[in-house]
Design a protein around this ligand. Structure first.
Ligand code: PEP
Length: 249
């Protein structure tokens, strides 16, 4: 059984005052059956860990360096995230791939570093609009998956998030059939790459998930939850998505 996961990516949003949103989410989803995860900016990890202590809401970083420590000004290692209270880290988000030129190889080394530090790596992948228009979606995401998965990946330490680049922060989403097609392809690829472990790895959908479309997305086969950006910033919206996830499982 794959436990469902609602993961919130706060991106470069959030000051100390916003810890109240995290507290409200914890309070409003206290009886949730799915896993709840917030990935705040690194500056908020430690105070959020303190604010959410005992609530069951998990914490994650948004990126990590591929080495454990060293002369890398401005970077944060997976061990540092764990030390601040994180259990998860997002790697290979499309904004990292586009803003910082991260390649599949680099994403794989970051995921391996996350595993070495005892973190669950949420590996993101997804096609651009031009790639979809050219009919390359399945080839692109399968290639990203094969290139971004480290040898250390297992059902326990790895989550895959399918996030079409053109759906992130735009209010646009693929059709239900398109999401189902990609998730089925990713499940098949995971099983070919990792055998039985591949059947246990959770597959999240991400890209403009909102309270109004969450239930339809969560009803699709091979969708084990969501990676949520904008709608995770407001406790009421994220709580509604958590509730939709619980109702669908
Ligand atoms: C994301 O940041 O991963 C994301 C899916 O953003 P949004 O939900 O705002 O599209």
């Amino acid at each position: 059984m794959r436990r469902r996961l609602a993961a919130g990516n706060w991106k470069m949003h959030g000051l100390s005052a916003d810890l109240d949103e995290a507290r409200a989410l914890a309070r409003d989803t206290a009886t949730a059956r799915c896993e709840r995860l917030i990935c705040p900016p690194a500056t908020l990890l430690a105070p959020m860990a303190a604010a959410l202590a005992g609530s069951g809401v998990l914490l994650g970083g948004q990126d990590c360096h591929h080495t454990a420590s060293g002369a890398h000004t401005g970077d944060v290692s997976a061990a540092m995230l764990a030390d601040a209270g994180a259990s998860h880290v997002i790697v290979g988000h499309s904004e990292r791939r586009s803003d910082h030129g991260e390649t599949d190889d680099q994403v794989a080394t970051k995921a391996a570093a996350a595993h070495a530090a005892g973190l669950v790596a949420i590996i993101c992948l997804g096609e651009t609009e031009a790639e979809r228009d050219r009919g390359q979606t399945l080839a692109v995401v399968s290639g990203q998956l094969a290139g971004s998965l480290p040898d250390s990946a297992s059902a326990v330490n790895t989550v895959i998030a399918y996030e079409p680049v053109w759906a992130i922060g735009t209010g646009r989403t693929p059709t239900e059939a398109q999401i189902a097609e990609v998730h089925a392809a990713l499940r098949g690829a995971l099983q070919r790459l990792l055998g039985g472990e591949g059947a246990g790895i959770r597959l999240l959908y991400g890209g403009s998930v909102k309270p109004g479309n969450a239930a339809a997305i969560f009803a699709l086969p091979e969708v084990d939850g969501a990676l949520v950006g904008g709608a995770s910033l407001k406790a009421a919206d994220f709580a509604a998505i958590v509730s939709a996830l619980d109702s669908s499982g």
